[in-house]
Design a protein around this ligand. Structure first.
Ligand SMILES: Nc1ncnc2c1ncn2[C@@H]1O[C@H](COP(=O)(O)OP(=O)(O)OP(=O)(O)O)[C@@H](O)[C@H]1O
Ligand SMILES: [Mg+2]
Length: 248
């Protein structure tokens, strides 16, 4: 379904006039199947979010391609509603002057222009993420972190995407809320047959929700492992993460 082929990306080091460049992604190749949850774990600065932006089409790779169902799309995948994204800093990802209804309807304008129908859909979407319809007219500052993240997830599924990129989407929530959101994501994935690219530092939550996990290091794929084989990983980074879990 989603194919990333030999993607390379570099940024100018020390400002746009600098000739020196920092290679952020190096020949990244993988695919994500329909309905699959693919984890991407790696150290801070290894290029995970950059990869997410390239897949969304917010930025262009220097070389290589992102294909969807074998085709390169003219319109970015996020603009076409095929892929949605949920970020970590949920507080800044929702416009503070938007009500819950407006926030969820924002990306829906792409696929649905009928407001009466879309209002009904917003209520249905709220219901999907476990929030009552009384939340329609609330503002983000009236919600808890976990509730805002539920609204972000409702917004992400509103365009009926084939895939959602979750970039550290649950990392800033406390652990009990993380578990609730993981449960919600798992349920939504199964009922709507959505694929996830689950970007995280947290090997435990990746192991909980992912089918396969990409171990990412310095902009390169070190290893792709099936979650059930995670214990046999060759990657030093993954081994270290797993070891730190054993302590608890
Ligand atoms: N727009 C940009 N201009 C210049 N350098 C950038 C830009 N975006 C990212 N970088 C650099 O690319 C590298 C990878 O950044 P990226 O945000 O993709 O890492 P990450 O793996 O998501 O890290 P984290 O786990 O901390 O979120 C970093 O060294 C960063 O400074
Ligand atoms: Mg990041």
């Amino acid at each position: 379904m989603l194919q990333v082929k030999r993607v390379e990306k570099s940024y100018a080091k020390g400002g746009i006039f600098s000739k020196e460049r920092q290679q952020v992604l190096n020949r990244v190749t993988f695919d994500c199947r329909e309905g699959e949850c693919l984890g991407i774990i790696g150290e801070s600065g290894s290029g995970k979010s950059t990869l997410g932006r390239l897949i969304l089409g917010i930025e262009k790779p220097d070389s290589g391609s992102v294909l969807f169902d074998g085709k390169k799309l003219k319109k970015s995948l996020s603009k076409s509603g095929i892929i949605s994204v949920v970020f970590q800093n949920y507080k800044s990802s929702i416009n503070p002057f938007f009500t819950v209804q407006q926030a969820i309807m924002e990306p829906m304008e792409i696929t649905s222009r009928n407001t009466m129908e879309s209002r009904k859909k917003v209520v249905w979407l709220l219901n999907q993420v476990g929030l009552p319809s009384s939340y329609l007219n609330k503002y983000p500052h009236e919600l808890s972190g976990g509730e805002v993240q539920r609204v972000c997830i409702a917004r992400a599924i509103s365009t009926e995407p084939k895939c959602i990129i979750l970039d550290e989407a649950i990392s800033s929530l406390d652990v009990s809320i993380q578990t609730q959101i993981l449960e919600l994501l798992k349920r939504l994935k199964d009922t709507h047959n959505i694929s996830y690219l689950f970007i995280t530092h947290d090997i435990q939550s990746a192991a909980y929700i992912c089918d396969r996990i990409i171990i990412f290091k310095n902009g390169q794929i070190e290893e792709i492992v099936k979650t059930e084989n995670l214990k046999n990983t060759q990657s030093a980074y993954a081994k270290q993460l797993l070891k730190s879990l054993m302590i608890y």
